[in-house]
Design a protein around this ligand. Structure first.
Ligand SMILES: Cc1ncc(COP(=O)(O)O)c(C=O)c1O
Length: 390
Protein backbone atom coordinates (compact mmCIF):
# COMPACT_ATOMS: atom_id res chain seq x y z
CA UNK A 1 0.00 0.00 0.00
CA UNK A 2 3.03 2.34 0.09
CA UNK A 3 2.83 5.89 1.45
CA UNK A 4 -0.76 5.57 2.70
CA UNK A 5 0.53 3.28 5.47
CA UNK A 6 2.54 6.16 6.88
CA UNK A 7 -0.07 8.96 6.85
CA UNK A 8 -0.01 10.60 10.27
CA UNK A 9 1.07 13.59 12.31
CA UNK A 10 3.18 15.31 9.64
CA UNK A 11 0.44 15.17 6.99
CA UNK A 12 -2.05 16.48 9.57
CA UNK A 13 0.25 19.38 10.47
CA UNK A 14 0.89 20.18 6.81
CA UNK A 15 -2.86 20.50 6.15
CA UNK A 16 -3.44 22.50 9.35
CA UNK A 17 -0.65 24.88 8.33
CA UNK A 18 -2.37 25.69 5.01
CA UNK A 19 -5.66 26.32 6.76
CA UNK A 20 -4.16 28.37 9.58
CA UNK A 21 -2.26 30.53 7.11
CA UNK A 22 -5.41 31.83 5.42
CA UNK A 23 -6.99 28.68 4.02
CA UNK A 24 -6.13 29.45 0.40
CA UNK A 25 -6.77 26.08 -1.21
CA UNK A 26 -6.36 27.24 -4.83
CA UNK A 27 -2.92 26.74 -6.36
CA UNK A 28 -2.72 30.14 -8.08
CA UNK A 29 -2.99 33.71 -6.82
CA UNK A 30 -4.10 35.25 -3.49
CA UNK A 31 -0.40 35.96 -2.87
CA UNK A 32 -0.84 38.19 0.17
CA UNK A 33 -3.50 36.11 1.88
CA UNK A 34 -1.33 32.98 1.62
CA UNK A 35 1.81 34.90 2.62
CA UNK A 36 3.41 33.95 -0.69
CA UNK A 37 3.54 30.26 0.18
CA UNK A 38 2.51 27.95 -2.67
CA UNK A 39 2.36 24.29 -1.72
CA UNK A 40 1.54 22.77 -5.12
CA UNK A 41 4.33 24.79 -6.70
CA UNK A 42 6.76 23.69 -4.00
CA UNK A 43 5.69 20.05 -4.45
CA UNK A 44 6.35 20.36 -8.20
CA UNK A 45 9.80 21.87 -7.64
CA UNK A 46 10.84 19.25 -5.09
CA UNK A 47 9.42 16.41 -7.21
CA UNK A 48 11.29 17.63 -10.31
CA UNK A 49 14.48 17.75 -8.25
CA UNK A 50 13.87 14.27 -6.83
CA UNK A 51 13.33 12.56 -10.18
CA UNK A 52 15.92 14.72 -11.96
CA UNK A 53 13.96 16.69 -14.57
CA UNK A 54 13.61 20.37 -15.38
CA UNK A 55 9.81 20.56 -15.14
CA UNK A 56 7.02 18.95 -13.13
CA UNK A 57 3.34 19.82 -13.27
CA UNK A 58 1.01 18.59 -10.52
CA UNK A 59 -2.49 17.57 -11.62
CA UNK A 60 -5.66 16.13 -10.12
CA UNK A 61 -4.99 12.42 -10.84
CA UNK A 62 -2.78 10.00 -12.74
CA UNK A 63 -5.51 9.67 -15.37
CA UNK A 64 -5.52 13.47 -15.74
CA UNK A 65 -1.72 13.36 -16.02
CA UNK A 66 -1.97 10.90 -18.94
CA UNK A 67 -4.60 13.10 -20.60
CA UNK A 68 -2.60 16.30 -20.09
CA UNK A 69 0.60 14.68 -21.40
CA UNK A 70 -1.23 13.51 -24.55
CA UNK A 71 -2.54 17.05 -25.10
CA UNK A 72 0.93 18.54 -24.57
CA UNK A 73 2.26 16.18 -27.24
CA UNK A 74 -0.52 17.26 -29.61
CA UNK A 75 -1.95 13.74 -29.95
CA UNK A 76 -5.46 13.67 -31.40
CA UNK A 77 -7.90 12.15 -33.92
CA UNK A 78 -6.21 10.14 -36.67
CA UNK A 79 -3.15 9.36 -34.56
CA UNK A 80 -2.28 5.88 -33.32
CA UNK A 81 -0.84 5.36 -29.87
CA UNK A 82 0.77 2.03 -28.96
CA UNK A 83 0.20 0.81 -25.40
CA UNK A 84 0.61 -2.56 -23.67
CA UNK A 85 -2.16 -5.14 -23.19
CA UNK A 86 -1.52 -5.11 -19.44
CA UNK A 87 -2.17 -1.70 -17.86
CA UNK A 88 -4.87 -0.05 -15.78
CA UNK A 89 -7.82 0.98 -17.95
CA UNK A 90 -6.95 4.67 -17.34
CA UNK A 91 -4.05 4.63 -19.83
CA UNK A 92 -6.40 3.54 -22.62
CA UNK A 93 -9.23 5.85 -21.49
CA UNK A 94 -6.85 8.82 -21.73
CA UNK A 95 -5.86 7.86 -25.30
CA UNK A 96 -9.54 7.53 -26.26
CA UNK A 97 -10.37 10.84 -24.59
CA UNK A 98 -7.71 12.53 -26.74
CA UNK A 99 -9.46 11.21 -29.86
CA UNK A 100 -6.51 9.02 -30.87
CA UNK A 101 -6.69 5.25 -31.45
CA UNK A 102 -5.07 2.89 -28.95
CA UNK A 103 -3.11 0.09 -30.64
CA UNK A 104 -2.53 -2.67 -28.13
CA UNK A 105 0.76 -4.58 -28.10
CA UNK A 106 1.82 -7.67 -26.17
CA UNK A 107 3.68 -7.71 -22.86
CA UNK A 108 6.72 -9.95 -22.37
CA UNK A 109 7.95 -11.83 -19.28
CA UNK A 110 8.60 -8.52 -17.53
CA UNK A 111 4.82 -8.00 -17.85
CA UNK A 112 5.61 -4.66 -19.50
CA UNK A 113 5.54 -3.66 -23.17
CA UNK A 114 7.26 -6.22 -25.40
CA UNK A 115 9.69 -4.17 -27.56
CA UNK A 116 9.41 -6.63 -30.45
CA UNK A 117 5.64 -6.51 -30.61
CA UNK A 118 5.75 -2.71 -30.18
CA UNK A 119 7.85 -2.51 -33.36
CA UNK A 120 5.55 -4.96 -35.15
CA UNK A 121 2.56 -2.69 -34.39
CA UNK A 122 4.13 0.51 -35.78
CA UNK A 123 2.25 2.00 -38.75
CA UNK A 124 2.39 5.27 -40.65
CA UNK A 125 -0.12 6.69 -38.20
CA UNK A 126 1.85 5.83 -35.05
CA UNK A 127 2.72 9.04 -33.21
CA UNK A 128 3.34 7.82 -29.68
CA UNK A 129 4.20 4.80 -27.56
CA UNK A 130 3.23 4.52 -23.90
CA UNK A 131 5.41 2.06 -22.01
CA UNK A 132 3.72 1.41 -18.66
CA UNK A 133 5.95 0.49 -15.72
CA UNK A 134 3.59 -2.00 -14.09
CA UNK A 135 3.69 -2.84 -10.40
CA UNK A 136 6.93 -1.04 -9.61
CA UNK A 137 9.03 -2.61 -12.37
CA UNK A 138 10.58 -0.55 -15.19
CA UNK A 139 9.88 -1.55 -18.80
CA UNK A 140 12.77 -2.35 -21.18
CA UNK A 141 13.38 1.33 -21.86
CA UNK A 142 16.67 0.87 -23.74
CA UNK A 143 15.01 -1.17 -26.50
CA UNK A 144 11.78 0.85 -26.47
CA UNK A 145 13.68 4.14 -26.86
CA UNK A 146 15.77 2.73 -29.69
CA UNK A 147 12.74 1.54 -31.66
CA UNK A 148 10.78 4.73 -30.99
CA UNK A 149 13.63 6.97 -32.15
CA UNK A 150 14.15 4.81 -35.26
CA UNK A 151 10.52 5.32 -36.28
CA UNK A 152 10.28 8.93 -35.10
CA UNK A 153 7.71 8.11 -32.42
CA UNK A 154 7.34 10.09 -29.17
CA UNK A 155 7.47 8.34 -25.79
CA UNK A 156 5.15 8.95 -22.86
CA UNK A 157 6.11 6.81 -19.87
CA UNK A 158 3.18 5.88 -17.65
CA UNK A 159 4.88 5.52 -14.28
CA UNK A 160 1.64 5.69 -12.27
CA UNK A 161 2.54 2.40 -10.58
CA UNK A 162 6.28 3.00 -10.29
CA UNK A 163 6.95 6.34 -8.61
CA UNK A 164 10.59 6.34 -7.47
CA UNK A 165 11.53 3.26 -9.53
CA UNK A 166 14.35 3.58 -12.04
CA UNK A 167 15.91 2.03 -15.14
CA UNK A 168 19.73 2.04 -15.28
CA UNK A 169 19.96 4.90 -12.82
CA UNK A 170 17.28 7.12 -14.35
CA UNK A 171 13.91 7.50 -12.62
CA UNK A 172 10.99 6.04 -14.52
CA UNK A 173 9.01 8.80 -16.21
CA UNK A 174 12.15 10.79 -17.04
CA UNK A 175 13.62 8.63 -19.81
CA UNK A 176 11.19 9.33 -22.69
CA UNK A 177 9.87 12.69 -23.89
CA UNK A 178 7.37 13.06 -21.07
CA UNK A 179 6.24 10.93 -18.11
CA UNK A 180 3.43 10.70 -15.59
CA UNK A 181 2.90 9.55 -12.01
CA UNK A 182 -0.17 8.86 -9.89
CA UNK A 183 -0.65 9.69 -6.23
CA UNK A 184 -3.98 7.94 -5.70
CA UNK A 185 -4.52 6.18 -2.39
CA UNK A 186 -2.83 2.89 -3.32
CA UNK A 187 0.25 4.29 -5.03
CA UNK A 188 3.88 4.47 -3.78
CA UNK A 189 3.18 7.93 -2.37
CA UNK A 190 -0.29 9.43 -2.09
CA UNK A 191 -2.14 12.74 -2.00
CA UNK A 192 -5.52 10.97 -1.86
CA UNK A 193 -6.00 11.71 -5.55
CA UNK A 194 -3.32 13.39 -7.63
CA UNK A 195 -0.75 13.05 -10.36
CA UNK A 196 2.38 14.60 -11.84
CA UNK A 197 3.56 15.24 -15.40
CA UNK A 198 7.36 15.40 -15.77
CA UNK A 199 9.54 16.45 -18.69
CA UNK A 200 12.78 18.15 -19.67
CA UNK A 201 11.12 19.81 -22.66
CA UNK A 202 10.03 23.37 -21.94
CA UNK A 203 7.50 23.47 -24.77
CA UNK A 204 5.80 20.26 -23.59
CA UNK A 205 5.74 21.58 -20.04
CA UNK A 206 4.16 24.89 -21.08
CA UNK A 207 1.48 23.19 -23.18
CA UNK A 208 0.73 20.80 -20.31
CA UNK A 209 0.49 23.66 -17.87
CA UNK A 210 -1.87 25.62 -20.17
CA UNK A 211 -4.06 22.62 -20.98
CA UNK A 212 -4.48 21.60 -17.32
CA UNK A 213 -5.85 25.06 -16.46
CA UNK A 214 -8.36 26.06 -19.21
CA UNK A 215 -5.57 27.38 -21.42
CA UNK A 216 -4.28 29.93 -18.87
CA UNK A 217 -0.74 30.90 -19.80
CA UNK A 218 0.08 31.90 -16.23
CA UNK A 219 1.68 35.21 -17.05
CA UNK A 220 2.65 36.24 -13.57
CA UNK A 221 2.69 39.94 -14.49
CA UNK A 222 -1.11 40.40 -14.60
CA UNK A 223 -4.28 39.41 -12.70
CA UNK A 224 -5.58 35.91 -13.52
CA UNK A 225 -8.70 37.44 -15.11
CA UNK A 226 -6.52 39.18 -17.69
CA UNK A 227 -4.33 36.15 -18.44
CA UNK A 228 -3.64 35.26 -22.09
CA UNK A 229 -4.63 32.04 -23.94
CA UNK A 230 -3.73 30.19 -27.14
CA UNK A 231 -5.18 26.71 -26.72
CA UNK A 232 -8.41 25.19 -25.42
CA UNK A 233 -7.87 23.43 -22.12
CA UNK A 234 -9.73 21.89 -19.22
CA UNK A 235 -9.48 21.80 -15.43
CA UNK A 236 -7.05 19.19 -14.11
CA UNK A 237 -5.55 21.32 -11.31
CA UNK A 238 -4.20 20.02 -8.03
CA UNK A 239 -5.22 21.89 -4.86
CA UNK A 240 -3.07 23.17 -2.00
CA UNK A 241 -4.07 20.50 0.53
CA UNK A 242 -2.89 17.81 -1.89
CA UNK A 243 0.31 19.79 -2.47
CA UNK A 244 0.96 20.02 1.27
CA UNK A 245 0.44 16.28 1.76
CA UNK A 246 2.49 15.52 -1.35
CA UNK A 247 5.52 17.33 0.11
CA UNK A 248 5.41 15.18 3.25
CA UNK A 249 4.87 12.00 1.28
CA UNK A 250 7.72 12.82 -1.11
CA UNK A 251 10.06 13.06 1.87
CA UNK A 252 9.08 9.47 2.69
CA UNK A 253 9.48 8.04 -0.82
CA UNK A 254 13.00 6.62 -0.46
CA UNK A 255 12.04 5.03 2.85
CA UNK A 256 8.88 3.47 1.32
CA UNK A 257 10.90 1.93 -1.50
CA UNK A 258 13.72 0.64 0.68
CA UNK A 259 11.33 -1.04 3.14
CA UNK A 260 9.31 -2.60 0.33
CA UNK A 261 12.44 -3.88 -1.35
CA UNK A 262 13.70 -5.36 1.92
CA UNK A 263 10.41 -7.16 2.58
CA UNK A 264 10.17 -8.37 -0.99
CA UNK A 265 13.71 -9.79 -1.01
CA UNK A 266 13.03 -11.70 2.18
CA UNK A 267 9.99 -13.43 0.70
CA UNK A 268 11.57 -13.93 -2.73
CA UNK A 269 14.70 -15.48 -1.26
CA UNK A 270 12.63 -17.86 0.89
CA UNK A 271 10.72 -19.25 -2.10
CA UNK A 272 13.49 -19.06 -4.70
CA UNK A 273 14.22 -22.78 -4.56
CA UNK A 274 10.67 -23.93 -5.26
CA UNK A 275 10.69 -25.90 -8.52
CA UNK A 276 7.97 -24.84 -10.93
CA UNK A 277 7.68 -21.20 -9.88
CA UNK A 278 9.18 -18.82 -12.42
CA UNK A 279 9.72 -15.22 -11.31
CA UNK A 280 8.72 -12.23 -13.42
CA UNK A 281 11.73 -10.92 -15.38
CA UNK A 282 13.15 -7.66 -14.04
CA UNK A 283 14.76 -5.49 -16.76
CA UNK A 284 16.69 -3.67 -14.01
CA UNK A 285 16.45 -5.31 -10.60
CA UNK A 286 18.21 -2.38 -8.89
CA UNK A 287 15.40 -0.07 -10.07
CA UNK A 288 12.48 -2.15 -8.78
CA UNK A 289 10.16 -0.25 -6.41
CA UNK A 290 9.51 -3.52 -4.61
CA UNK A 291 5.76 -3.25 -4.04
CA UNK A 292 4.86 -6.60 -5.63
CA UNK A 293 6.35 -10.05 -6.00
CA UNK A 294 5.15 -11.83 -9.15
CA UNK A 295 5.74 -15.38 -10.34
CA UNK A 296 4.27 -17.64 -13.01
CA UNK A 297 2.83 -21.14 -12.54
CA UNK A 298 3.22 -23.71 -15.34
CA UNK A 299 -0.41 -23.28 -16.46
CA UNK A 300 -3.64 -21.39 -15.86
CA UNK A 301 -5.31 -24.19 -13.87
CA UNK A 302 -2.36 -24.43 -11.49
CA UNK A 303 -2.35 -20.65 -11.01
CA UNK A 304 -5.99 -20.72 -10.08
CA UNK A 305 -5.46 -23.63 -7.64
CA UNK A 306 -2.44 -21.82 -6.19
CA UNK A 307 -4.50 -18.71 -5.53
CA UNK A 308 -7.19 -20.81 -3.86
CA UNK A 309 -4.59 -22.33 -1.53
CA UNK A 310 -3.31 -18.85 -0.65
CA UNK A 311 -6.83 -17.67 0.13
CA UNK A 312 -7.27 -20.61 2.50
CA UNK A 313 -4.15 -19.43 4.33
CA UNK A 314 -5.47 -15.86 4.53
CA UNK A 315 -3.03 -14.41 1.96
CA UNK A 316 -4.44 -12.13 -0.74
CA UNK A 317 -3.10 -11.23 -4.20
CA UNK A 318 -2.75 -7.89 -5.99
CA UNK A 319 -4.17 -7.38 -9.52
CA UNK A 320 -2.97 -10.84 -10.66
CA UNK A 321 -5.36 -12.48 -10.70
CA UNK A 322 -7.65 -10.55 -8.33
CA UNK A 323 -8.22 -7.43 -10.47
CA UNK A 324 -7.22 -8.56 -13.96
CA UNK A 325 -10.68 -7.42 -15.08
CA UNK A 326 -9.45 -3.80 -14.80
CA UNK A 327 -5.93 -4.33 -16.13
CA UNK A 328 -6.14 -6.41 -19.29
CA UNK A 329 -7.58 -5.33 -22.64
CA UNK A 330 -9.15 -8.74 -23.34
CA UNK A 331 -11.47 -8.12 -20.36
CA UNK A 332 -12.70 -4.73 -21.60
CA UNK A 333 -15.68 -5.50 -23.84
CA UNK A 334 -16.98 -1.95 -23.32
CA UNK A 335 -13.77 -0.46 -24.75
CA UNK A 336 -13.53 -2.97 -27.60
CA UNK A 337 -17.13 -2.06 -28.49
CA UNK A 338 -16.45 1.67 -28.39
CA UNK A 339 -13.37 1.31 -30.59
CA UNK A 340 -15.00 -0.95 -33.18
CA UNK A 341 -15.28 1.70 -35.90
CA UNK A 342 -11.59 2.55 -35.61
CA UNK A 343 -9.92 -0.78 -34.89
CA UNK A 344 -11.19 -4.33 -34.68
CA UNK A 345 -10.20 -6.10 -31.49
CA UNK A 346 -11.09 -9.63 -30.52
CA UNK A 347 -10.42 -11.57 -27.36
CA UNK A 348 -7.52 -13.90 -28.20
CA UNK A 349 -5.54 -11.30 -30.12
CA UNK A 350 -2.82 -11.16 -27.46
CA UNK A 351 -1.83 -14.83 -26.98
CA UNK A 352 1.54 -14.09 -25.36
CA UNK A 353 0.07 -11.64 -22.82
CA UNK A 354 -2.84 -13.97 -22.22
CA UNK A 355 -0.64 -16.92 -21.42
CA UNK A 356 1.57 -14.89 -19.06
CA UNK A 357 -1.18 -12.97 -17.27
CA UNK A 358 -3.39 -15.98 -16.67
CA UNK A 359 -0.51 -17.94 -15.12
CA UNK A 360 0.69 -15.11 -12.89
CA UNK A 361 0.27 -14.57 -9.17
CA UNK A 362 1.13 -11.21 -7.60
CA UNK A 363 1.80 -10.90 -3.88
CA UNK A 364 1.41 -7.38 -2.46
CA UNK A 365 4.38 -6.12 -0.44
CA UNK A 366 3.87 -3.35 2.08
CA UNK A 367 6.10 -0.94 3.95
CA UNK A 368 5.27 -1.91 7.50
CA UNK A 369 5.35 -5.69 7.19
CA UNK A 370 6.35 -7.34 10.45
CA UNK A 371 8.42 -10.53 10.55
CA UNK A 372 5.25 -12.38 11.53
CA UNK A 373 3.51 -11.11 8.38
CA UNK A 374 6.33 -11.99 5.99
CA UNK A 375 6.65 -15.40 7.67
CA UNK A 376 2.92 -16.00 7.24
CA UNK A 377 3.21 -15.25 3.50
CA UNK A 378 6.28 -17.48 3.12
CA UNK A 379 4.54 -20.37 4.90
CA UNK A 380 1.41 -19.93 2.76
CA UNK A 381 3.46 -19.84 -0.46
CA UNK A 382 5.34 -23.01 0.47
CA UNK A 383 2.12 -24.79 1.43
CA UNK A 384 0.41 -23.74 -1.80
CA UNK A 385 3.43 -24.91 -3.82
CA UNK A 386 3.33 -28.29 -2.07
CA UNK A 387 -0.39 -28.66 -2.77
CA UNK A 388 -0.27 -27.57 -6.41
CA UNK A 389 3.17 -28.38 -7.77
CA UNK A 390 4.08 -31.71 -6.17
C1 LIG B 1 -0.85 2.36 -15.12
C2 LIG B 1 -1.78 3.39 -14.58
N1 LIG B 1 -2.00 4.51 -15.28
C3 LIG B 1 -2.82 5.47 -14.84
C4 LIG B 1 -3.48 5.34 -13.63
C5 LIG B 1 -4.42 6.40 -13.21
O1 LIG B 1 -4.08 6.99 -11.97
P1 LIG B 1 -5.20 7.61 -11.04
O2 LIG B 1 -5.83 6.52 -10.27
O3 LIG B 1 -4.41 8.54 -10.16
O4 LIG B 1 -6.14 8.36 -11.90
C6 LIG B 1 -3.30 4.20 -12.86
C7 LIG B 1 -4.01 4.02 -11.60
O5 LIG B 1 -4.11 2.93 -11.04
C8 LIG B 1 -2.43 3.19 -13.35
O6 LIG B 1 -2.23 2.07 -12.67
Amino acid sequence: MGGSELIGKEEKEAIAEVIDRGAVLFRYGFDEKRKNIFKVREFEEKFAQYVGVKYALAVSSGTAADRVALAALGIGPGDEVIAPAFTFVATIEAIMESGATPIIAEVDKSLNLDPEDFEAKVSEKTKLVIPVHMLGVPARMDKIMEIARKHNIKILEDSAQACGSSFRGKKTGTIGDIGIHSFDYVKTITTGEGGMVVTNDEELYLRASWFHDHGHQHKGDRPRGEDTKEIVGFNYRMNELQGAIGLVQLSRLDYVISEQRKNKSKIKEAISKIQGLQFRELPDEAGDGGDTLIFFLPNKGMASDFEEELTKEGVGTKILPSALGWHYIANWEHIIEELKDKVEYKVGMWPQSDSLLRRAIAIPISVKMTDAETDKIITALKKAAEAVLL
